[in-house]
Design a protein around this ligand. Structure first.
Ligand code: ATR
Length: 273
């Protein structure tokens, strides 16, 4: 019988994940379909029912996105180390009617960075202190980077830095701090607010690589400013692609067809423009 996969979130109809995963299933000859599960957060029971009914609906695994990456954890039997450490699950596998949680966001971000730069010993600034910043900050530190956090709400950056032994920085010190890499994990610059950027070219002089995890638009104002400053840029699509490949590998125990998924992703991005 055809296996069902999908993405759980709200709102989720703009998701780029179905295009990538369905293309992968087709090219690998896997009898499966990847759907959208838009779950209304106004009633807590909705997510619980979805999890309890996975077998009934033949669901073999699913991706998890906003606003459920933390809440989904209470329905998991087990987690991988990263999901447990950062408190966030973006991938679920249904194994013999038990749901296991994983986090492929951070490895997705690391692999996206590694396409353009080394990480070990680099001085890295993360903008934001939410769920994505936690996962990425923790993993970069594990990789031996020197990680700094800047966040609008200072208390949150201090808390995050303390938990994972990172540093914090004041906004006015960023320009003179000689960062090698800057990563934006805030929604600043996301459509419809695409003219905004937390940093401008003058604050990024000498920075080697700037990555934004936003996918709409693909080239954010921050990345435009980074180019003006002479930095290399990485779009949110690269992290999205690598985290999806990580999910495929968890579900099927083999390497993902990355070129097929990449082509499907960029085609979908063009269609949604
Ligand atoms: P995610 O799970 O995707 O990381 P999140 O947990 O909601 O999302 O975190 C969003 C981050 O973006 C937070 O660090 C938030 O800053 P606050 O802690 O001050 O709320 C940051 N953020 C959101 N909107 C912002 C804005 N307009 N300017 C600066 N930072 C912003």
């Amino acid at each position: 019988m055809k296996k069902i996969f999908g993405i759980v979130g709200h709102p989720v109809k703009q998701s780029l994940s179905p295009a990538m995963h369905n293309a992968a299933f087709k090219s690998e000859g896997i009898d499966a379909e990847y759907k959208i599960f838009d779950i209304d957060p106004s009633d807590e029971e909705n997510l619980a029912n979805f999890c309890y009914e996975t077998d009934l609906n033949n669901i073999a695994g699913f991706s998890v996105t906003m606003p459920y990456k933390q809440e989904i954890m209470k329905y998991m039997e087990e987690y991988d180390l990263l999901a447990r450490t950062v408190g966030s699950v973006n991938t679920v596998e249904n194994v013999d009617s038990k749901l296991n949680g994983y986090n492929t966001d951070a490895t997705g971000a690391i692999q996206a960075l590694q396409e353009k730069t080394t990480i070990n010993k680099e001085k890295i600034l993360i903008l934001g202190a939410g769920g994505a910043a936690r996962a990425i900050g923790y993993s970069l530190k594990e990789f031996g980077a020197d990680v700094y956090i800047f966040n609008r709400t200072k208390s949150k950056s201090i808390e995050l830095a303390k938990e994972f032994d990172l540093e914090t920085i004041e906004f006015t010190q960023i320009a003179d701090a000689d960062f090698d890499i800057i990563i934006n994990t805030t929604p600043v610059g996301m459509l419809p607010d695409s003219g905004s950027s937390l940093l401008h070219a003058e604050q990024m002089k000498g920075v080697k690589v700037v990555m934004d995890i936003i996918t709409h638009p693909l080239e954010t104002q921050l990345l435009k400013e980074a180019k003006k400053a002479g930095a290399e840029t990485i779009t949110g699509a690269r992290m999205l692609l690598h985290q999806a490949c990580g999910q495929f590998e968890i579900w099927f125990g083999k390497s993902a067809p990355i070129e097929v998924m990449e082509t499907a992703l960029y085609e979908e991005l063009r269609n949604k423009d």
